[in-house]
Design a protein around this ligand. Structure first.
Ligand SMILES: [Zn+2]
Length: 236
């Protein structure tokens, strides 16, 4: 079965308990010897590694890894800090924002995001598109084609997380949030409209990515009640 690794928890000497997501949802297994760098399965000891695995039901609480073949190891020869934090954030939002029964719906997007991000010039478009995908699959659909109130495609002046999308000049209220410039609003639109992660190829500067991600982090805190650990790493 194909899995993407979400977390690795050391357990007795060189064994680890691994949380992963597969096409059916979230799952947990025991991987013996995996923390030994000489283990033939040591590549599984990487956040968001993609692998094809076989399990044995044993006498343990969790099934035990029998064999694994790595499809994608996200670690590169030179990992940039932004790339590593992006991986952490993708794993963290999958674990904390996506409910078990919703995880099967994001599995293919997560796998594709990991594979595409490894060779992408910049992690930002894929990271933003993956956040957008997680928002959608967890029930937060934003209107990015026209004004959320009147449907007008003209005179869009802001994107409001509180109101659920674009707002035009006729519908904006004095207290409506208005933190993003036009370019950033168009980037949010691109992130929500990409059909799949392989098409998240729009250009986004680090500066714009930071502004949008910080809005995402605020929204996540307000709507899911979650403060992401990765958020602190990125904004340092
Ligand atoms: Zn309007």
């Amino acid at each position: 079965m194909k899995v993407v690794i979400l977390s690795i928890t050391p357990y007795k000497e060189k064994d680890a308990i691994i949380d992963a997501v597969n096409e059916q949802g979230e799952m947990t297994f025991l991987a013996k010897g995996i923390l030994d760098p000489k283990s033939k399965n040591s590549a599984l000891n990487n956040l968001l590694a993609v692998a094809d695995i076989e399990l044995n039901e044993g006498n343990y609480k969790h099934p035990v890894l029998k064999s694994a073949s790595i499809i994608e190891n996200p670690m590169k020869v030179s990992n940039s800090y932004d790339y590593l934090v992006s991986l952490m954030l993708m794993a963290e939002i999958t674990k904390t924002l996506v409910q078990d029964e919703e995880k099967e719906r994001i599995f293919n997007s997560l796998m594709s995001a990991v594979i595409c991000m490894k060779t992408a010039e910049s992690p930002w478009p894929i990271l933003l598109a993956y956040f957008a995908k997680v928002f959608k699959e967890t029930g937060y659909e934003f209107e990015v084609n026209h004004c959320v109130f009147c449907g007008s495609k003209q005179g869009i002046v802001t994107f409001s997380f509180a109101d659920g999308g674009f707002i035009c000049q006729n519908c904006i209220e004095p207290d409506t949030e208005k933190d993003l410039n036009k370019e950033q609003m168009l980037l949010i639109r691109s992130a929500f409209l990409v059909p799949d992660m392989a098409h998240a190829t729009f250009e986004v500067s680090k500066e714009n990515a930071m502004v949008i991600l910080n809005k995402f982090f605020e929204f996540i805190k307000d709507s899911y009640g979650v403060s992401l650990k990765g958020a602190a790493l990125l904004t340092k």
